[in-house]
Design a binder for this molecule. Structure first.
Ligand SMILES: [Cu+2]
Length: 206
């Protein structure tokens, strides 16, 4: 007579899923970024790396930096490592965009409309973008190893939702360029969230 095979009841699988999901409840962390003089700094990229999280984005993650009125829009784009960025041209003039930054050197030759393939940013760091036709065009793509990121508002504040715990906060501003490493510091986030102030060190100092 054959032995009945043991099968895990479906409800046990559901319970174990809930136990894993519960600790990831996210709480808001308010990050204020100040420049060397103590003034609020807008357009700073802040990101929080959560221990145990995968650094790279899931396959298929996409973002966009267009060109409109002969300017990159948005001027600053923050993406997680592995994100594919599209560069649609909304202008009637053609653009020829490029980056020489070590994080992602690339070039999309003279084009109008949407180029065939997006560019995958597979390495953390900062890419400074320019256009061969329009010297004044400048764009910044800041690539981070976490899905938890934001850009500071004109008052220098950005809010990021993360689970409670001990994490790493990273801050970057365009005045740091693509050579200087982002500023990093440990933070402890309570179950109710928290607030942290970052004072950026002058460019070139470490
Ligand atoms: Cu251009």
């Amino acid at each position: 007579m054959p032995q009945p095979t043991f099968r895990q009841p479906p409800h046990l699988a559901i319970i174990s899923t809930c136990l894993i999901a519960a600790p990831t409840f996210a709480v808001p962390v308010s990050v204020t970024v100040l420049d060397v003089n103590g003034s609020p700094l807008a357009d700073a990229a802040v990101s929080i790396e959560v221990a145990g999280n995968k650094p790279a984005a899931p396959p298929g993650t996409q973002a966009e930096m267009g060109q409109r009125n002969r300017a990159f829009t948005p001027t600053l784009l923050v993406v997680q490592t592995g994100t594919a960025v599209a560069f649609p041209n909304f202008d009637t003039v053609r653009h020829h965009i490029y980056s020489f930054s070590p994080t992602k050197p690339f070039e999309i030759k003279l084009y109008a409309g949407t180029p065939a393939a997006p560019v995958v940013f597979d390495k953390a760091g900062t890419a400074i973008l320019g256009c061969n036709i329009h010297d004044r065009m400048a764009g910044f793509i800041h690539v981070v190893n976490t899905p938890h990121f934001a850009i500071t508002r004109p008052d220098g504040v950005a809010t990021i939702d993360v689970p409670a715990g001990e994490h790493t906060l990273q801050t970057w501003h365009r005045q740091m360029g693509d050579k200087q490493a982002p500023q990093r510091q440990g933070i402890k986030v309570q179950a109710t969230g928290g607030a942290v102030t970052v004072r950026l060190i002058a460019p070139g100092q470490t």
